[in-house]
Design a protein around this ligand. Structure first.
Ligand code: ATR
Length: 277
């Protein structure tokens, strides 16, 4: 019996998720089909109910529906609650479970694939939108020495810090909000770009010298060299795009659905190979 899954978004035609999940299914001998579903901007709930009616077992959710998916789920995992957004839905007899695998995907890519630990490090998180919120708790759970959030709109960064400070479980981390201009003289071991600035090839006004020697610069966008990555390369950082995160968040969703963890290295290698061809 084939089990059916989908990724719902708008736009969706360029999603790599079907290729990734079919590769996982092949390597783990799981009988699944995984489809792209284009939902109208006002038709997310209808699309989800349509999948449930057709017997689908789950779905991934991408832009711009992660908040709607959060609102729609009957039950939320703690990591979805922390993120305030849902990228993975599980359909069962009692309804819709909402999960979030984005943060775990980022952390896994950095710690397992790239081999850089957050523990005791100075970390800069750029951006205070949904992508940044989604990775905040999983990064803090890795016990960096310091986490600074910087954002063009300062209030949003301050609000993220306030929410963490109100959460007793997170008091072990030093977390602060800085304006871009205030970063002069600071340096970081790990710099993560969670803004969407790269989509429009916009430059972030980051001061020179923010990268400590051998710093990791990670852009959560994939498939292009963003101005942030260009700047980081010029300044001698080790630079990665978000391909590994994309594949790791998918692997985590696959594990939740199927109860078996696929190897991600061959799939990451396949995409790197395709990009070179
Ligand atoms: P996402 O879900 O991708 O995070 P979002 O919630 O709209 O999308 O957030 C986009 C993030 O990218 C925000 O941090 C935004 O900064 P503002 O909060 O000031 O809007 C940031 N961003 C987008 N374009 C940017 C640019 N050209 N320069 C700096 N920051 C930018």
């Amino acid at each position: 019996m084939t089990d059916f899954y989908a990724v719902i978004g708008n736009p969706i035609e360029h999603s790599k998720s079907p290729v990734i999940h079919h590769a996982f299914a092949q390597s783990t001998h799981q009988d699944i089909q995984y489809e792209r579903v284009l939902a109208p901007l006002d038709g997310f709930a209808e699309a989800v109910h349509g999948l449930i009616a057709h017997g689908f077992k789950g779905a991934n959710v991408t832009v711009p529906f992660k908040l709607e998916a959060f609102a729609m789920a009957n039950r939320l995992t703690s990591r979805a609650q922390d993120a305030g957004a849902v990228n993975t839905l599980i359909f069962d007899a009692e309804g819709i479970i909402g999960d979030n695998t984005d943060g775990v995907g980022l952390v896994r890519d950095i710690t397992h694939n790239i081999g850089v630990s957050f523990a005791g490090k100075r970390v800069l998180l750029i951006g205070a939108g949904g992508a940044s919120e989604g990775v905040l708790h999983p990064i803090l759970a890795e016990h960096p020495a310091l986490l600074i959030i910087t954002n063009r709109t300062m209030d949003k960064a301050l609000n993220m810090v306030k929410r963490i400070e109100a959460n007793d479980e997170m008091l072990f981390v030093s977390i602060q909000a800085y304006a871009f201009d205030d970063l002069h003289g600071q340096h970081f071991d790990i710099v993560i770009n969670a803004t969407s600035a790269g989509l429009s090839d916009s430059h972030l006004p980051l001061p020179a010298g923010i990268f400590a020697p051998n710093a990791l610069a990670y852009d959560m966008m994939y498939g292009r060299i963003t101005p942030f990555m260009g700047l980081a390369l010029q300044q001698g950082a080790v630079v990665f795009g978000g391909l590994g995160m994309l594949i790791e968040q998918a692997a985590e969703a696959f594990t939740v659905w199927r109860g078996i963890r696929p190897s991600t290295a061959p799939v990451i290698a396949m995409f790197i190979q395709q990009a070179k061809a």
